[in-house]
Design a protein around this ligand. Structure first.
Ligand code: ASP
Length: 351
């Protein structure tokens, strides 16, 4: 579904594949409607002549129909992962241009789809379209490409995982969340330090690697029969009763208060225990942006630990949802799904 277009090929330079999926970075104003719409990727490369001056060989591929990232889904995540996987041997690194709105979901999904990477897969985008004078897109793309091409003195990639580069910071993809709809500094990694800061030099702060395999382990068969429930004071268990049906919903992510607490509502407790007894899986994450779930610390979460809800520690919502889709898609056995929900698979969770 993606087509190839070579910008320049110089074998002695590191080579990077740029994958354009859509988003503001490649958008222009539609004079008819006044709203932003995606434009042909060839215009993007002509917008950044600086790319030719990088010491990198760059090839580009594009979604035939670039999308606003609100349209992303497991099928499109799989298309991006496939593109990386199919080209893995030919390139030193990959840059994915993507809308910022759901970039953290795609980065999290790709981290589960492409485990054991020994090469960088860097997502980036922008808050302002590339054609506007104050765009943040140029710096984001250029530095993302530099990072994707960067090697240490032994020729090993400096970054060997899925990451997001935005506004001078490189973050672990599955730790990142979009925090601002208007600031250039649109992302944060609240529970994990930056992988690199781009100043005059790109200062890498090397972290433990999750690379266990020689080759990437590729799996894209995610199961999206899951639900997300954010509790709030006054929420009515009856209104949400429909999702506690294991025939329809294989797993539920609950966003709870603080260290994993929910109201001690007997109807809610009944729904939760019936759902688990009937084969469902529940992952409890916190609505707080920092800190982690500690089930049983308060009486308002002890029910969860007694009944078999899995504590998601410091998972972001994006990582929790994609981890659930990945595990339910991969493991038919419920006990394995529950065990793996509690494990750190690819750097997404602190233990
Ligand atoms: N709506 C756009 C998108 O996520 C916003 C952006 O690119 O930053 O595709």
């Amino acid at each position: 579904m993606l087509r190839n277009k070579s910008v320049s090929v110089k074998a002695e330079k590191p080579n990077v594949l740029l994958i354009y999926t859509g988003g503001t970075i490649g958008m222009v104003n539609d004079p008819k409607t006044g709203s932003l719409k995606a434009f042909d990727f060839r215009h993007l490369s002509s917008q950044i002549p600086e790319l030719e001056r990088l010491n990198v060989s760059l090839d580009t591929v594009s979604f035939p129909e670039p999308v606003d990232s609100s349209e992303m889904n497991p099928r499109l995540w799989a298309a991006v992962a496939q593109q990386v996987y199919d080209n893995y041997a030919q390139y030193d690194g990959f840059v994915i241009l993507h809308g910022s709105d759901t970039m953290a979901y795609t980065a999290s999904a790709l981290s589960f789809m492409l485990q054991g990477l020994q090469k960088p897969v860097i997502l980036t985008g922008s808050q302002l379209p590339i054609g506007t004078i104050r765009t943040d897109g140029k710096e984001n793309i250029i530095t993302a490409i530099e990072i994707a091409a960067d090697r240490d003195e032994n020729g090993q990639a400096k970054i060997q995982e899925v990451a997001i580069y935005f506004e001078y910071s490189l973050y672990r993809g599955n730790r990142t969340t979009k925090v601002s709809a208007s600031h250039f500094e649109a992302f944060k990694s609240p529970n994990y330090p930056e992988l690199a800061i781009a100043g005059i030099q790109i200062a890498y702060q090397l972290r433990e690697s999750y690379t266990q395999a020689e080759e990437p382990v590729f799996f894209t068969d995610f199961d999206n029969r899951i639900a997300l429930l954010k509790v709030y004071p006054g929420f009515s268990a009856e209104i949400y009763a429909g999702i506690f049906n294991p025939e329809l919903v294989k797993g539920i992510v609950i966003e709870s208060f603080g260290a994993g607490n929910v109201p001690t509502d007997l109807k809610f407790q009944q729904l939760v225990s019936d759902y688990l007894a009937a084969g469902g899986v529940i992952l409890n994450i916190t609505q707080c942006s920092t800190g982690m779930v500690d089930q049983g610390k308060y009486q308002t979460s002890s029910f969860f630990s007694k009944i078999g809800v899995t504590g998601g520690r410091d998972l972001t919502t994006e990582a929790a949802i994609t981890k659930m889709m990945y595990l339910i898609g991969k493991y038919p056995d419920r006990d394995t799904v529950i065990r793996k929900l509690g494990e750190n698979i690819c750097g997404e969770m602190s233990l």
